[in-house]
Design a binder for this molecule. Structure first.
Ligand code: PGA
Ligand code: ZN
Length: 426
């Protein structure tokens, strides 16, 4: 037997942090080394994402993943059995060919991704390397967390339209110190929210941020910046917002329903320009306009030239969408979510293309996550400058923060915290 030969694949239907089923895939190499990966799942998804396969029957209100699991066992495994697990590209493309659709809807992006990630883990185990080192022998950057502290949009039961108000502790000395700062800010914000809005204000949103009854983006920024000041970190933190504009854009009228008024593209760009002028520590805006507005995204990228303009629903980690964005000079950063495209190889190719065209790579988890911490290893392997992995509450979020701290310690003096250089490419 080849020492990297895929000898078994096991699967489980498990639940994520929303109580929604997802796939846990195990791949075995040479009857000995196992790799395990859980498949994440978004709720504020982009139209152009690869499609997960759900059962659509009565179990879990149609959300079961037994069909996708059957596809792994009956279609994918027979094809991959005996293949060399270190040949990630061949394996991923073998699955893409088996599927045969553009959006992976036949076998399910969730089926393909679970196996793709578990293959990488198993191959790393067989090489007796941690995943980040297996993927990149020269991995050394610990990213700045863009940590969600206040949730709104469809990730919270409040009236805020913007989905995430995030803190980036760029002035920390290390990732480990960044985590301490975030936890202290989180405590300070919890106290301030209770004082300001009453005790219900500390209810949780979907990314581990608070979901207070704030009514405007400016009010959310005001309370967040005050909490950061109270924690003593005003000059060491900057801010990133996920506007997630697709989700409050009204297709029929072509306008954004924001803070009680309908806004045109031009008014949205002005609104965001004013917010950034009022809070100059905002350094990053994600999906400032809806997912199909290439022209508007080009305009805002030009108008707010110092701001990182990240495409999430806008690019959906899809090389064709990114190519179009690059050609239009729309955005200057890509949100990198491996399940938006559905295989590790394709996602790594998108990151390489982004960098070749001076787009920053911001790695991101999904709102639906498990205790799996695989994203941390992949982020370090990418030498990415920023990670969006939610707030600091809940083990679905903490798992990644904890794994980053472990990696930082393991790398020792070779580790570099991206800090204020988070956009600079390695
Ligand atoms: P999602 O949200 O995982 O629910 O899509 C995350 C984001 O929009 O960044
Ligand atoms: Zn987003």
């Amino acid at each position: 037997m080849n020492r990297f030969e895929i000898s078994a694949i096991k699967t489980h239907e498990i639940i994520d942090n929303r109580g929604t089923p997802t796939i846990r895939a195990y791949v075995c190499v040479a009857d000995k080394f196992w790799g395990r990966a859980d498949v994440p799942c978004g709720s504020s998804t982009g139209t152009y994402e690869a499609k997960e396969l759900r059962d659509g029957d009565s179990r879990y209100r149609g959300k079961g993943v037994r069909k996708a699991i059957r596809n792994i066992q009956e279609v994918i495994y027979p094809r991959l059995r005996g293949m060399d697990a270190t040949r990630q590209r061949e394996i991923d493309y073998a699955m893409i060919e088996l599927d045969g659709t553009d959006d992976k809807s036949k076998l399910g992006a969730n089926a393909i991704l679970g196996v793709s990630l578990a293959v990488a883990k198993a191959a790393a185990a067989a090489c007796r390397l941690p995943l980040y080192k297996y993927l990149n022998a020269n991995a050394y950057i610990l990213p700045v967390p863009q940590a969600c502290m206040i949730n709104g949009g469809i990730h919270a039961g409040n009236d805020l339209e913007f989905q995430e108000f995030c803190v980036m502790p760029v002035g920390a000395e290390s990732f480990t110190e960044a985590v301490r700062m975030l936890c202290e800010i989180n405590q300070s914000l919890g106290e301030l929210l209770t004082e300001t809005f009453g005790k219900g204000a500390t209810n949780a949103g979907e990314d581990g941020g608070y979901a207070p009854p704030a009514r405007s983006a400016a009010e959310a920024m005001s309370v967040l910046t005050e909490a950061v000041r109270n924690a003593g970190y005003a000059d060491r933190a900057v801010y990133g917002l996920d506007v997630a504009a697709t989700h409050f854009f009204q297709k029929e009228s072509g306008r954004y329903l924001l803070e009680g008024t309908e806004k045109s593209r031009k008014e949205m760009i002005e609104f965001l320009g004013q917010l950034v002028a009022e809070y100059p520590a905002i350094v990053s805006l994600e999906d400032p306009l809806h997912e199909d507005d290439f022209e508007g995204t080009r305009e805002i990228t030009k108008a707010l030239e110092d701001i990182m303009i990240i495409g999430d629903d806008f690019f959906t980690t899809n090389i064709n969408r990114l190519r179009k964005g690059v050609a239009a000079a729309a955005g200057n950063a890509i949100l990198w979510k491996v399940n938006q495209i559905g295989s590790l190889t394709e996602a790594l190719d998108v990151a390489a293309y982004a960098r070749d065209h001076q787009y920053a790579v911001v790695v991101s988890e999904r709102s639906g996550e498990t205790e799996d911490d695989i994203l941390s290893d992949i982020t370090v392997a990418l030498n990415a400058g920023v990670i969006k992995t939610g707030g600091v509450r809940g083990s679905d979020r903490g798992s990644n923060y904890n794994r980053f701290m472990e990696i930082e310690e393991e790398l020792g003096s070779a580790a570099v915290y991206a800090g204020r250089n988070y956009i600079r490419l390695p």
